[in-house]
Design a protein around this ligand. Structure first.
Ligand SMILES: NC(=O)c1ccc[n+]([C@@H]2O[C@H](COP(=O)([O-])OP(=O)(O)OC[C@H]3O[C@@H](n4cnc5c(N)ncnc54)[C@H](O)[C@@H]3O)[C@@H](O)[C@H]2O)c1
Length: 253
């Protein structure tokens, strides 16, 4: 099948829904063979089945599970070209109200998970002559919103991981980049608006915070992941693309 990712084998974490699902669908549309490593068996298997891809149940924070997921992809397809570290969880607290368990779970999924998957995937990519890793970070990798602790600390770390691995393996044809989405319209956003007496008004209030008067769509993050994973971005490495409609540039007085 022709496409911008034709011939590539891609492993996408957390692709049972949201940004990961949109990314899996975009990759498949562009001709990639798609494998999904997801904690939720039902949604992960459903998306993988619909794309004719491989589903591996996997908690990315478990190093054995991460290795097993990469091994399953290599056993099925013989190679691994792209890893999208998308699985992530929101852990939002006031710092002193954050338990040690919440801190550890946030880092285990949002930062350790990306490293464990990369650590498992890199040998296969190096064996195959190269590859691309795309880490889904966040606007929280640059900015701090009070009460959202420790998620931004982990996302800042994910940016550090992106840069460290990007530099380390650049001469061996591996590119490691990040995407920093701002507010994206996923089920979590809809559920959040629905907690307000007037969900439509709250939705509009969120839209109005953004210069384009709307928020982002999962497909818009997915298209950027396609670009970074493709041969259209051969000299983009250790970089981060912000997708926030310009909100982070907007001056507030
Ligand atoms: N939605 C946004 O507005 C937004 C903005 C910036 C960044 N992000 C980031 O984008 C990524 C995806 O976000 P989303 O909104 O689509 O999330 P989501 O909650 O809709 O989907 C996340 C998926 O990851 C899976 N998952 C969770 N923990 C896992 C684990 N330990 N191992 C494997 N899979 C696991 C879940 O089952 C789920 O299917 C996350 O890293 C998130 O931090 C999202």
């Amino acid at each position: 099948m022709a496409g911008r990712l034709a011939g590539k084998v891609a492993l996408i974490t957390g692709a049972g829904r949201g940004i990961g699902e949109a990314t899996a669908r975009a990759f498949a549309r562009e001709g990639a063979v798609v494998a999904i490593a997801e904690l939720d068996k039902r949604s992960g298997a459903a998306v993988a089945d619909s794309l004719g891809g491989l589903f591996v149940r996997c908690d990315v924070s478990d190093s054995a599970a991460a290795t097993a997921a990469v091994d399953a992809v290599c056993a099925r397809y013989g190679r691994l070209d792209v890893l999208v570290n998308n699985a992530g969880i929101n852990v939002f607290h006031e710092p002193l109200a954050t338990t040690e368990a919440e801190w550890r779970r946030c880092f285990a999924v949002d930062l350790d998970g990306a490293w464990l998957m990369a650590k498992a995937a890199l040998p296969a990519m190096l064996d195959g002559g190269g590859g691309a890793i795309v880490n889904i970070a966040s606007s929280h990798a640059f900015s701090i919103i009070p009460g959202c602790f420790p998620y931004p600390v982990a996302k800042h770390g994910l940016l550090g991981l992106t840069r460290a691995l990007g530099i380390e393996y650049a001469a061996r044809n591996i590119r490691v980049n990040a995407i920093a989405p701002g507010y994206i319209e996923t089920q979590i956003a809809v559920d959040y608006w629905n907690t307000f007496p007037d969900p439509a008004a709250e939705r509009q209030r969120t839209y109005d915070l953004h210069p384009p008067k709307r928020i982002g769509r999962p497909e818009e993050v997915a298209m950027t992941a396609v670009f970074l994973a493709s041969e259209e971005a051969p000299f983009i490495n250790a970089a981060c693309i912000v997708i926030d409609g310009g909100r982070s540039v907007l001056y507030h007085d």
